[in-house]
Ligand binder design. Structure first.
Ligand code: NAP
Length: 448
């Protein structure tokens, strides 16, 4: 009987556990997470107003409640926690499903000025991630620049434009809701360095921006027309064609004079963040032009867009894991069908799935076939993985290594505390925003 540790309880971790128990009738799986809460980016990345995607938690919950799967929250693997080498001794196999934990950098002057944040910091804040920065995004800001035109850029743009009436029914933490309700941001510039036909957002997400109450989408048709696909989108692949058509329809409609404006911009490459009284005051962009090969070239012409808030939304990036090889260019762990490769050689017993395996792309469902591939590799390796010295229950050894796992009852106690908090505020569920309150709720349940 195989014992497998899955590190990370986001979609890729849960789909890995699901695939394991579906394909092996005896395997036992511990799903470890450094947070006391499961679901990874479904809880801490999917925007709070995307209830339909959030409801995927129900599917992931069923996996973690399977009788051969166990959730062990609050367990850090690596420095400061359970050493990766110790984990390998405790299980026949370890599957790392740790995602891409940090954000990519622009590498331009002024990037670190006060008022300039990564979009992931903003997302973490309004999603109540316990490691999030404590606010400070919005005070004094009237104009915001979002750099990048992927789905995260669309998320943060939409949240900045939404009113309190639409956000109050979500599980957004109270402090973020209060701050967004008091926000003075009226103009949100979402800026791509390439053209509309090369934007990374998906049409469904893009369309939502045009349906927000009290918000106009303002576009310059002349800027859109710089895209070779703009005049005749029929030649573009379907997904790109739909994006261009949505943008074109918006460019043709007259603004309604709404109090907030979303301004999608294209062919502008950020070159510098400019300071004003010690904080960001504007972003300098160079106008680009298509290079005919899907990329862009600089034109030597510049434009400054005033902004007191800058959100850099240029993608996530994987971070190296203790004891595992790492490809710094792609931010992933080298692998062969999910088997970790050390200097090109497979190491049975160590596997990866999700963003740390294939990079930060794709939608949540992409993780299902990705996890399945890894699990097939793992189960093929089973004959060489079976060892007698694996403990019957690794929990004691994990505790001896300093871990204090929050089990499923602890997580359920957190859920109850969040429902209680919501009721006390006249809202539905409201997320607990810090380590202290999460751990207090979990421990009150008396759970291990
Ligand atoms: P992304 O899709 O990779 O988009 C990154 C954006 O940043 C692109 O527009 C990219 O432009 C731009 N960029 C990169 N480096 C830049 C630079 N140096 N200067 C200016 N712009 C730069 O990343 P993401 O938005 O973080 O999304 C990550 C993944 O999560 C995606 O697969 C996304 O679909 C998914 N996601 C999905 C949802 C949803 O389904 N609702 C919500 C959120 C996230 P170039 O194209 O020119 O490189």
């Amino acid at each position: 009987m195989l014992r497998v540790a899955v590190v990370g309880s986001g979609p890729s971790g849960c789909y890995t556990a699901q695939s394991l128990v579906q394909q092996d009738s005896e395997v036992r799986v511990d799903v470890l997470d450094r947070l006391p809460c499961p679901y990874g980016l479904v809880r801490y990345g999917v925007a709070p107003d995307h209830e339909k995607i959030k409801s995927l938690q129900g599917t992931l919950r069923a996996v973690l409640e399977h009788d051969r799967v166990r959730f062990l929250g609050g367990v850090q693997v690596g420095p400061g926690g359970v050493p990766a080498a110790r984990l390998r001794e405790l299980y026949h196999a370890v599957v790392y499903c740790v995602g891409a934990a940090t954000d990519r950098h622009l590498g331009i002057p002024g990037e670190d000025l006060p008022g300039s944040w990564s979009a992931t910091e903003f997302v973490s804040w309004y999603s109540a991630h316990p490691d999030a920065a404590g606010g400070g995004f919005l005070p004094g800001a009237r104009s915001a620049v979002v750099i990048g035109v992927g789905n995260v850029a669309v998320d943060v743009t939409r949240i900045l434009a939404r009113g309190v009436t639409e956000l109050a029914p979500t599980d957004m933490p109270q402090a973020a809701l209060t701050a967004l309700a008091a926000s003075g941001v009226t103009d949100i510039h979402m800026v791509g360095r390439r053209g509309p036909s090369q934007a990374r957002f998906t049409t469904k997400e893009l369309r939502e921006l045009g349906a927000l109450p009290d918000t106009d989408v303002v576009l310059d048709p002349a800027e859109l027309a710089l895209d070779p696909g703009y005049g005749d989108p029929s030649a573009l692949p379907a997904a790109q064609r739909r994006n261009v058509e949505v943008l074109r329809a918006w460019a043709e409609r007259a603004p309604r004079g709404a109090p907030r404006r979303i301004r999608p911009r294209f062919f502008l490459r950020p070159v510098e963040l400019l300071a004003e009284r010690g904080r960001v005051g504007a972003v300098r962009f160079e106008r680009t032009a298509p290079d005919g090969r899907g990329g862009v070239r600089g034109t030597g012409r510049y434009e400054d867009i005033g902004a007191q808030l800058v959100l850099r939304s240029v993608g996530y990036r994987g971070v190296p894991l203790e004891g595992l090889p790492f490809d710094a260019d792609s931010g992933t762990v080298p692998h062969l069908a999910g088997r970790v490769l050390r200097e090109g050689v497979v190491t049975p017993g160590e596997y990866v799935a999700g963003w740390i395996k294939r990079g930060p792309t794709g939608v949540i469902g992409t993780n299902r076939p990705c996890a399945k591939e890894t699990v097939l590799s793992l189960l093929e390796d089973a004959p060489v993985l079976e060892r007698q010295d694996v403990p019957e229950d690794p929990l004691t050894a994990l505790r001896a290594a300093g871990a204090e796992p929050v089990g499923w009852p602890g997580w359920q106690a957190i859920e109850r505390a969040e429902a209680d908090l919501g009721a006390s505020l006249g809202r539905s569920v409201v997320k607990l925003p810090d380590w202290e309150s999460l751990l207090a709720a979990a421990r009150a349940a008396g759970s291990w």
